[in-house]
Design a protein around this ligand. Structure first.
Ligand code: PMP
Length: 466
């Protein structure tokens, strides 16, 4: 630990009245309660969500200001977002890109994106149903249907919107969505859009699903079980076959989000279906994002041809009432799939990096939650200030990993999350593990202060509002 870091830790402790860790009840950072002042353009000044967001943001800023650590949020890369980035004039080893195979900067992918822009322009310039159906969509949809061994697929301009729109279309009043407790916000948004009942399933637990459906399935008309192939918070794999088996017995449909699975799981990177050797029709909807390993932007679903056709013709936000994905984005995915097949060493490097990094972190005694040593690596650092400090301190040393705080994950399971790519080197991974171990010895002495209205000075509100 450097003298500067010792000083920072001292100042953080001073925020706790100077008490040594463990000797006093943690005190919150000084409070200035928020008083609303409504007025022109300020109708939302006292909206709880607005207040909470501003308080959290202010508390993080306060932590940064009081410690002199670099701000870890909204970091701006000056070039490609891969294993190494330049930001703020310095080079960082980066663990915050979903660019697992670094396809987003592959010369073939960029050339394909450029060629598509030259041929079709930079936009589809229409919804698909009215003259926006460029041929690239069909090409990619056939590839995705082959990958998932189903009748058809549909590509869209956003992974988030795909999840929200498809669930919003399929379910309604009287129906139920059974959502894994770690399901992505876009899946939860879909259940809100649908206006159905949402029930939370204990994470990745087929027995809990069985118990839940046994007691409550009869209360609902249609039911959809919503899980992920590769969970983005814990880096564990969805127990798709067992969950689908229970779901079938209780006459439920299943949706699997493949956002972090396509391009990552399976011997050829073709996702969860390939990884587990599942029949494509074991689940009803394979949904996903093109913004992760595929190195592009957009979303997709794959499933039964009639169901996909119905969604294409009738589901708002999929192919209707929204422009088709950009030609370059779709061409990039088509080229990326070719690179995936032609350069299998990328996937091999990604996985050997995952094994190496997880082993190095475990040697240091770190808590990796339910990690299955995949390229998504959580390191649990309970406490918002502690996790925030760990991320900022790591960043100061030249390593960028996101701190994930509640409500994204349950309070008490705050973590640093590392996304690996095929291009991290052994030296990147080992030095990161060593630095993090060192930082965690400091973190142990920081009191566990919450971030939020009780603990933050509110900045950014109009004079007199606080
Ligand atoms: N599903 C999961 C599991 C995700 O992690 C994300 C994005 N982080 C999405 C869906 C949304 O994808 P996109 O970024 O393409 O909108």
């Amino acid at each position: 630990m450097s003298e500067a870091e010792r000083d920072i830790a001292r100042r953080l402790l001073a925020g706790n009245g100077g008490a040594a860790a463990g000797t006093a009840r943690p005190q919150a950072i000084p409070v200035r309660p928020v008083r609303a002042r409504r007025g022109r353009g300020k109708q939302f000044a006292d909206h709880p969500a607005v207040v909470d967001a501003l308080c959290k943001q202010a508390a993080i800023q306060q932590l940064i200001d009081s410690t002199g650590l670099p701000h870890p949020l909204y970091l701006s890369p000056e070039g490609y977002n891969g294993a190494v980035i330049r930001s703020g004039g310095r080079e960082l080893v980066n663990y915050s890109s979903y660019n697992y195979l670094e396809l987003a900067q592959h010369s073939r992918v960029i050339a394909a994106a450029n060629a598509a822009a030259a041929q079709y322009g930079t936009s589809a310039s229409a919804t698909r149903i009215v003259t926006g159906e460029i041929p690239l969509y069909g090409q990619l949809e056939r590839r995705l249907a082959e990958i998932y061994q189903v009748g058809d697929a549909l590509v869209t301009s956003s992974g988030f919107l795909t999840n929200a729109a498809v669930i919003g279309f399929l379910l309604g009043e009287g129906d139920v969505a059974v959502c894994d407790s770690l399901a992505h916000a876009s899946l939860v948004a879909g259940t809100q859009w649908a206006g159905c009942r949402r029930v939370t399933l204990r994470h990745n637990d087929p027995e809990a699903l069985e118990a839940l459906l046994r007691t409550s399935r009869h209360q609902f008309d249609r039911a959809l079980v919503i899980i992920e192939g590769h969970y983005s918070m814990d880096g564990d794999l969805g127990r798709i076959a067992e969950i689908a088996e229970v779901a079938r017995r209780y006459d439920c449909a299943v949706l699997v989000d493949e956002a972090h699975a396509l391009g990552v799981l399976g011997p050829n990177g073709l996702g969860s279906r390939e990884h587990f050797g599942l029949p494509g029709d074991l689940v009803d909807i394979w949904a996903g994002s093109l913004s992760k390993a595929m190195g592009s932007t957009g979303g997709f679903i794959a499933g039964d041809a009639d169901l996909v056709r119905a969604i294409k013709y009738a589901a708002p936000g999929m192919a209707l009432y929204t422009a088709g994905p950009s030609p370059s984005n779709v061409a990039a995915v088509l080229a990326g799939l070719d690179v995936l097949a032609d350069e299998p060493d990328r996937l091999a490097r990604l996985w050997s990096n995952a094994r190496l990094f997880c082993a190095a972190l475990r040697e240091h005694g770190m808590n990796l939650a339910d990690s299955e040593s995949t390229p998504i690596v959580p390191v649990i650092v309970p406490g918002e200030i502690r996790a925030g400090y760990a991320a900022a301190a790591l960043l100061q040393r030249g390593y960028n990993a996101g701190a994930i705080l509640s409500p994204v994950i349950p309070a008490g399971t705050e973590r640093l999350r590392f996304f690996l790519t095929s291009e991290h080197t052994e030296s990147h991974l080992r030095t990161t593990a060593d630095h993090l171990a060192d930082i965690l010895t400091i973190v142990d002495h920081i009191p566990d202060l919450p971030l939020g209205p009780e603990s933050a000075t509110v900045h950014g509100l109009p004079p007199g509002a606080t």
